[in-house]
Design a protein around this ligand. Structure first.
Ligand SMILES: Cc1ncc(COP(=O)(O)O)c(C=O)c1O
Length: 437
């Protein structure tokens, strides 16, 4: 009783603390930085975080259960498995497909996986980390996604999987990609790290592929600080995901549980003696990529805000689009893929060759006026120091990827960005362009 009362008064104080520490502050042009992204939260997240810390359970617990169940419900998949980042989610997603549990269809070193170079490095890294060969295809300017025909042309008898991100929240053409997947019996991994809540033909991204990933790093649609999720409908893949995440163990007991399988001391595994404790049986060469319950507690509250967050992102995208409309001769403007409803991570623009200024000149001017921009991740990843000598195949040219590396940048759409702030940025850009006329 005393404990319940104390917990209630602590949590009430946390609410008060939130209002004192994080209350609204007005936007002051040229003074308040215009961020490209940021965490948006209220006292509810802080209360859940403190509530979880008072449990002092620390590892996955009641909040992880709740967050995973709510997330699976929201996306519409059977399984949602928490992990400590979107990068870990990607590593787990591809690695799960190497599991011997998948029999003949398990991926092997030397298999080819189709992907892009105009993306985030940790979509590509798991392919290399698993000894597979990335096959690079170019993307379109405007949607910043692959064309299905380009993927089709890239397929060889060695190709076993497609691993692509829905760029900046804009889904790729899943009609075309699913046709290729079905025709060639390939695995599809959807990296939805920037695209939580986006739909294609009114169906959530993340439900098309065999396995899909999400990131909860603060720049994304919802945040848990660090954090990620892997979703699938396939029970065998789910088992492999959990095993690879949890040290490679065969046992699937949750923390604090014992003998869920009912065979803890009666199984025979590998060359181990009969009845070897199942808790210490390892059927995969795994990692430890788990989260804490404190992270999951924040996720529970953030997920409730997600529909509003996505609408705000879409609204901010429309404000940018309206402002940029008259500058089409300087920029290639972003376009939603047909039949999709993006969950815009950002507003990407490409400075046209011959615009009379470079991306660097413009983004430098914006930075001086306290407007944050970002390049489209690593540009052409193959030009990055780490990737100069990787094993690879390039299908066709990467002309647009190179153009993105040189000429593309993005502005924020995150829900913390106000219309006043966007108007200010548009004015700064307008003043810049006036000088270039
Ligand atoms: C497309 C994509 N995939 C994966 C990641 C990695 O996510 P995390 O930062 O949570 O590791 C990111 C990061 O923003 C991303 O943009």
């Amino acid at each position: 009783m005393r404990e319940t009362e104390l917990r209630a008064s602590i949590l009430e104080l946390v609410g008060e603390f939130y209002r004192a520490r994080f209350g609204m502050r007005p936007f002051v042009p040229k003074e308040t930085p215009v961020r490209y992204a940021g965490r948006v939260f209220d006292e509810k997240e802080l209360i859940r975080l403190v509530d979880a810390s008072l449990d002092f359970w620390l590892t996955e617990g009641r909040y992880a259960d709740e967050f995973q169940a709510d997330f699976a419900d929201y996306i519409g998949t059977e399984y949602a498995i928490l992990t400590n980042s979107g990068s870990s989610a990607n590593l787990l997603a591809l690695t799960s497909l190497t599991s011997p549990l998948l029999g003949e269809r398990s991926l092997k070193p030397g298999d080819e996986v189709v992907t892009v170079a105009a993306g985030f490095p940790t979509t590509l890294n798991p392919i290399l980390q698993n000894g597979m060969i990335p096959v690079f295809v170019d993307v379109e300017l405007g949607t910043y996604n692959v064309r299905a025909e380009a993927v089709k042309r890239a397929i060889s008898p060695k190709t076993k999987a497609i691993f692509l991100a829905h760029t900046l929240g804009n889904p790729y053409n899943l009609d075309g990609i699913m046709e290729i997947v079905d025709e060639h019996n390939l695995w599809l991994i959807e990296d939805c790290c920037d695209a939580l809540g986006a739909t294609f033909r009114e169906k959530m991204v993340g439900t098309y592929g065999d396995v899909a990933t999400f990131s909860f790093y603060p720049a994304h649609q919802i945040t848990t600080g660090e954090g990620g999720m892997v979703v699938t409908d396939n029970g065998i893949i789910a088992r492999a995901l959990i095993s690879f995440r949890d040290w490679g163990r065969d046992c699937y007991c949750k923390g604090g549980e014992n003998n869920t399988c009912g065979r803890r001391f009666s199984g025979k595994y590998g060359a181990l003696p009969e009845g070897y404790d199942h808790k210490y049986v390892y059927s995969h060469i795994g990692y430890n990529l788990k989260v804490t319950d404190m992270q999951a507690a924040i996720g529970v509250e953030q997920l409730k805000k997600l529909p509003c967050f996505i609408e705000k992102r879409r609204g901010n995208f429309r404000l940018w689009a309206k402002g940029f409309q008259e500058w089409k001769r300087f920029f290639i403007l972003p376009e939603a893929t047909p039949n999709s409803n993006p969950s815009w991570f950002a507003y990407p623009v490409t400075v046209k060759p011959g615009a009379g200024f470079s991306r660097v000149e413009l983004t430098d001017c914006l930075a001086t006026e306290k407007v944050e921009t970002r390049n489209m991740f690593g540009g052409n990843l193959l030009c990055q120091p780490a990737y100069l000598d990787i094993p690879k195949r390039i299908a066709g040219s990467l002309t647009n990827t190179d153009m993105i590396m040189k000429n593309t940048f993005f502005l924020g759409t995150y829900p913390g960005l106000s219309e006043v702030a966007i108007d200010y940025c548009l004015e700064v850009i307008n003043n810049y362009l006036e000088l270039k006329k």
